[in-house]
Design a protein around this ligand. Structure first.
Ligand code: 9WO
Length: 244
């Protein structure tokens, strides 16, 4: 998969993308990331990319032309949809991440200041996406979030252990609790089942915890979701224990 990032601080996104799972996927050629600085597409010697807002008010607005020139250059190399990261966009979720991961190419556009000239958003952006209902200082962090979530879904991006885990994890549920050594920490023991060596009991315990946590903390994730017979039974068990 090819992902291009356009913004004023693409180096910040690159720094993040050199680390961990994304960094490894990049080294393995599972994803090809390119970073474009809007300043390199300014039209004047001073490399100006912002100007004062029409209508007045505080702050500056990203100028249309440098943004359009950057997008034209990236698209001349390979045609791809432009995703503008903004709090006014559709809110990202797991289904959207999976849909992005199935595309061969993405161009992520990160804004700064008070925003960018609306004309270039309309002319050049194909979609507008938000990572959540809060304002950031710019779209770069949101671009990093999209890249991280998408790249870990690409075949081969996760190690063997992790991909097995993903397979056994029922998407759309919260994860079960995790424990590591020592077995006794500040008077608290690791749940007995996890040191039993009984893999079937461990599997059902983890699934019960996943279902129970989702029911307690994010009941919205269970709405409109069909549980199979085992999941129904385990969630009922969890509820009975929780109430009792
Ligand atoms: C600033 C602002 C101030 C008061 C009320 C509303 C406001 N919205 C913004 C704003 O959207 N500023 C942006 C800064 C301009 C474009 C880039 N910036 C940005 C992107 N901030 N937050 C995001 C973002 C992107 C994706 N998902 C969540 C937030």
């Amino acid at each position: 998969m090819d992902i291009d990032v356009i913004g004023l601080f693409p180096e910040a996104v690159r720094g993040f993308c050199d680390c961990g799972i994304v960094g490894r996927a990049s080294q393995l050629g599972i994803v090809t990331l390119r970073f474009w600085n809007l300043r390199d597409f300014a039209e004047d010697k001073r490399r100006t990319v912002d100007d004062r807002p029409y209508g007045g008010g505080p702050g500056m607005v990203l100028m249309a032309e440098p943004v359009a020139r950057a997008i034209d250059e990236v698209r001349a190399q390979h045609e791809a949809p432009v995703l503008y990261l903004s709090p006014a966009g559709r809110v990202l979720d797991h289904a959207a991440v999976m849909e992005f991961a199935a595309r061969p190419r993405l161009i992520l556009l990160a804004g700064r200041y008070e925003g960018m000239d609306e004309r270039v958003v309309r002319a050049c952006a194909d979609e507008e996406w938000s990572i959540g209902d809060y304002v950031l200082s710019g779209g770069e962090v949101a671009a990093a979030v999209v890249i991280d979530a998408v790249v870990r879904q690409l075949p081969g991006a996760l190690g063997h252990e992790d991909s097995a885990r993903e397979d056994s994890f029922v998407a759309g549920l919260l994860d079960h609790p995790h424990y590591t050594r020592p077995e006794l920490w500040r008077q608290e023991r690791v749940p007995e089942v996890l040191v039993s060596g009984d893999h079937e009991r461990i599997r059902t315990w983890r699934l019960r915890e996943s279902l129970g946590r989702t029911w307690l903390r994010r009941p919205d994730l269970l709405e409109g979701r069909e549980l199979d017979a085992e999941q129904k039974r385990l969630l009922e068990e969890f509820k009975r224990e929780y109430r009792g």
